[in-house]
Design a binder for this molecule. Structure first.
Ligand SMILES: *[C@@H]1O[C@H](CO)[C@@H](O)[C@H](O)[C@H]1NC(C)=O
Ligand SMILES: *[C@@H]1O[C@H](CO)[C@@H](O)[C@H](O)[C@H]1NC(C)=O
Ligand SMILES: *[C@@H]1O[C@H](CO)[C@@H](O)[C@H](O)[C@H]1NC(C)=O
Length: 332
């Protein structure tokens, strides 16, 4: 209730803020597309320790890696050994996702080079630095299969994995139902790859989606898509285990990625706010004190209004979206 009543004031603040910041944005930013041949929908974007990539998960259940020297996408990993290529490869059919896979969240463990994969249908999986067929790590929680695994991040000091299960009722192919029914069965789950212990840290959440661990690992942020806000969950210190409001978002928040400075880029789908020069808001950056620092409008993001990830690295902004047949980027 407290959160709902504070939204109008925050939205007003956003209007002021967006008006001032968006104008300062470089309009001449150059936008590039890395086209897929077949599948669509690069939800998330990661790079390996050697700067290789981007890697992304697409609609046909594969993890693809960009090969810059060959100038094309290569298959890096699949989720199950029995995935039927003749049916799955290049599929865009949501009804096939349960078989083919739909990898949504990706994150490398920097110490081991392993890639952890949050797949909407197959749970939490891991694949080694050379790729291939991924191995399931967490499939059941509290005796029930995971419903709709979505976002992921890793504490790089300890290797602890944090991921969201967006709903125990609806699958990803019915994700609009999670919003429209006001479903509150989402969970935040931790997984210790050494002890294999799985813990439900939070339950009863409204469409928990992206997760990002803070720079010093003291808290994580979770985007709650249905309620258009970001929450903070403390992992250390006097507030350990508490879950508190962090910020409102002008649209449906998706993945959260922190940059090297430790600020958080929140991807926004169906933004509710239009900037004066750059169009509909598709990304917003917050610092650790929940202060909005910068926004991206769809004009900078190739006209895409449903952005699932904004990943800032070495002066390039990578823009994921579940709707398009390419991965976009622009250099700041
Ligand atoms: C990517 O696809 C777009 C739209 O079909 C096309 O205009 C563009 O030339 C393609 N780029 C490359 C490098 O193939
Ligand atoms: C970013 O820059 C660092 C430092 O130069 C480099 O080690 C890393 O590979 C780069 N990563 C990407 C993805 O370009
Ligand atoms: C880690 O970051 C949090 C949030 O910025 C801060 O409150 C805390 O003091 C930091 N902890 C350490 C050990 O630096």
């Amino acid at each position: 209730m407290a959160i709902a009543s504070s939204i109008p004031a925050l939205q007003f603040f956003f209007v002021l803020f967006v008006t001032t910041l968006a104008r300062s944005h470089a309009q001449e930013a150059r936008y590039h597309r890395l086209n897929f041949t077949g599948a669509v929908g690069p939800e998330s974007v990661v790079f390996d320790n050697a700067g290789g990539g981007p890697y992304t998960g697409v609609s046909d259940g594969r993890i693809l890696k960009w090969d810059g020297s060959a100038n094309r996408w290569e298959e890096f990993a699949v989720l199950t050994p029995n995935r039927r290529r003749e049916i799955c490869d290049n599929s865009e059919d949501p009804e096939l996702e349960a078989e083919c896979g739909r990898p949504l969240g990706l994150q490398f463990n920097r110490a081991t080079g392993d890639l952890y994969i949050a797949d909407a249908y197959h749970g939490l999986l891991v694949v080694g630095p050379k790729g291939g067929v991924a191995t399931p790590e967490v499939v059941n929680v509290e005796g029930n299969p995971l419903g709709f695994v979505d976002g992921i991040d890793i504490n790089q000091e300890t290797g602890m994995v944090y991921f969201t299960d967006a709903s125990t009722v609806f699958q990803r192919k019915d994700n609009s139902m999670v919003v429209s029914t006001g479903d509150r069965t989402g969970r935040l789950i931790s997984y210790n790859p050494i002890t294999k212990e799985v813990k439900v840290l939070l339950r009863g959440l409204p469409f928990p989606n992206g997760v990002s661990v803070s720079k010093n690992n003291s808290f994580l942020l979770i985007s709650q898509t249905s309620t258009l806000n970001i929450m903070r969950y403390w992992l250390e210190g006097p507030q350990l285990g508490s879950y508190e409001f962090f910020a409102c978002v002008p649209g449906y928040p998706d993945n959260i990625q922190k940059n090297t400075a430790g600020d958080f880029w929140v991807a926004v789908a169906k933004g509710t706010m239009v900037t004066p020069g750059d169009g509909t808001v598709v990304g917003i950056k917050f610092n650790e004190e929940s202060r909005p620092l910068e926004v991206i409008g769809d004009k900078q993001a190739g006209g895409i209004v449903s952005v699932s990830e904004v990943h800032e690295i070495n002066g390039t902004m990578w823009i994921g979206s579940v709707d398009v047949p390419f991965l976009g980027s622009y250099t700041v």
